[in-house]
Design a protein around this ligand. Structure first.
Ligand code: ARG
Length: 461
């Protein structure tokens, strides 16, 4: 069924139908019914519809909702879109009064609303998922609060740190990803219903009342903007893309860590795949696909940006394409979050002794603590490493004479700084890599999640 037969003498051609209909909007059925119910109620409040009409229409819409929930709602190939589907079924259920549903409304403001309702809910789901992920990572970080690993800069060993500290970095990223969805949700939470096809209506509607009934933050301010803008959806896809970028970085690290060259982790069988050709292989496919799917979501972000460019106000059918872009980005992030949570839960992590040279900064800071300017201390330790290297020795072989030879402010006890475990414990600066810092960070993360109504998250230790 189409909603626009009047001025046509012939029905739509096959090519037009196949090219222009997109059944991906079927997943908006429930939101379409919700929006329609609020609209009908507002039409009743404003006296545009009679109470009896409102009652009949709401009864029919409720029946559609029940059919949808029960899985018995039938979509017809001949329904142009989800809006036509609802109206067709409403006619079947309540008769001609169904023709009043579309009073003071257009599919243009209707689809804009449906996508806002959908993404408002999806944003909340993603926030919950990201909080769950952040907490799972924090749990793991606390388990490994004292597991020594080297931190890297330029992929070269930098300082000794803890695996817990490294993992907490990803927990913080996930928390920010959740915050980003929450900020996007405030801009999504605006009702466009009442904008009509483009420039409003002569009927005495009350868009604020509709927004109130939908529990939305506010109603639109400008009808052309309400039906023609998709920046809130582009922002939603960006939220997905940035979260995918962060997950992809973690995926990349896991891919590296499980190699014998890194030797920092091992995947359990349930999250490893084999090779049809190479019997010895244990491949990290979840992580590789997370990395690969991040690329897809970045493409979707580019698409939704391009979709808006050069589009004259207000609604254009191009905007129909927003649905598939948003759904795919959101579905991909949802699936990746679940898979990466499972992957982390089935990964064994190992301690890795950092190279002894990572103690260089600790040695330099010992001098700084005695009043030596940092530049001078840096130079002295650099020279020490260089001269040891020239003699085919490392800091491990250094004796008191080597230290005092490099700088007169060194004392023999400074040799103890060369131990990675001791070095990590001394890293007491706020947000640094010490075991205490890992526990403090995890507690703070949990507190912030609880503050925004996230799941209760008792610390593991
Ligand atoms: N399927 C359309 C979309 O997704 C619904 C709005 C259609 N409006 C129109 N004037 N043809 O954007």
């Amino acid at each position: 069924m189409t909603l626009w037969g009047g001025r046509f003498e012939e029905g739509p051609g096959r090519v037009l139908w196949d090219y222009t209909t997109d059944h991906s909007d079927r997943r908006l059925l429930d939101d379409d019914v919700t929006g329609s119910m609020a609209h009908v109620a507002m039409l009743g409040e404003t006296g545009i519809l009679q109470d009896a009409e409102v009652k009949t229409l709401l009864g029919g819409l409720e029946a559609i909702r029940i059919e949808a929930e029960a899985g018995s709602f039938e979509f017809f190939e001949t329904d142009e879109d989800v809006h036509s589907t609802v109206e067709r079924r409403l006619f079947e259920l309540v008769g001609d009064v169904a023709g009043k549903l579309h009073t003071a409304r257009s599919r243009n403001d209707q689809i804009a609303l449906d996508m806002r309702l959908y993404t408002r809910r999806a944003a909340s789901d993603r926030i919950t998922q990201l909080h769950g992920f952040a907490v799972a990572v924090a749990d793991l970080a606390q388990e490994h609060a004292s597991t020594i690993v080297p931190s890297l800069t330029h992929l070269q060993q930098a300082q000794a740190t803890t695996l817990g500290h490294h993992l907490m970095a990803y927990a913080w990223m996930a928390l920010r990803d959740a915050e980003r969805f929450s900020a996007a949700r405030t801009r999504i939470d605006v009702s466009p219903l009442g904008a009509g096809a483009s420039a409003g209506t002569s009927l005495p509607i009350d868009p604020d009342e509709t927004a109130r009934r939908l529990d939305m933050g506010s109603a639109f301010e400008n009808s052309l903007d309400a039906v023609g803008s998709r920046d809130h959806l582009a922002e939603y896809v960006f939220c997905c893309a940035q979260a995918m970028a962060n997950l992809s970085r973690l995926a990349e690290e896991i891919i590296l860590w499980v190699t014998p060259e890194f030797g920092r982790a091992r995947l359990r069988d349930s999250v490893s795949t084999g090779s049809s050709a190479l019997p010895q292989k244990r491949n990290p496919d979840i992580a590789e696909l997370a990395r690969g799917r991040a690329a897809r979501v970045f493409g979707l972000l580019t698409s939704i940006m391009a979709l808006q460019k050069a589009l004259p106000l207000a609604y254009n059918r191009d905007l129909q394409e927003d649905k598939r872009l948003v759904f795919e980005a959101d579905d991909t992030l949802a699936g990746t979050l679940s898979a990466m949570t499972e992957l982390l839960d089935h990964t064994e992590f190992f301690e890795v002794t950092p190279s002894v040279e990572t103690a260089s900064l600790d040695l330099a800071e010992a001098l700084v603590a005695r009043g030596v300017p940092f530049r001078e201390a840096h130079e002295a330790v650099g020279k020490l490493v260089l001269s040891l290297e020239a003699e085919d020795r490392t800091l491990l072989d250094a004796g008191p004479g080597d230290l005092t030879g490099a700088h007169s402010a060194f004392i023999e006890a400074d040799l103890e700084l060369i131990d990675a475990g001791g070095s990590v414990k001394r890293r007491i600066s706020p947000g640094g890599g010490s075991p205490d810092s890992v526990h403090a960070q995890a507690a703070e993360l949990r507190r912030r999640i609880a503050d925004v109504g996230g799941p209760p998250t008792p610390p593991t230790s």
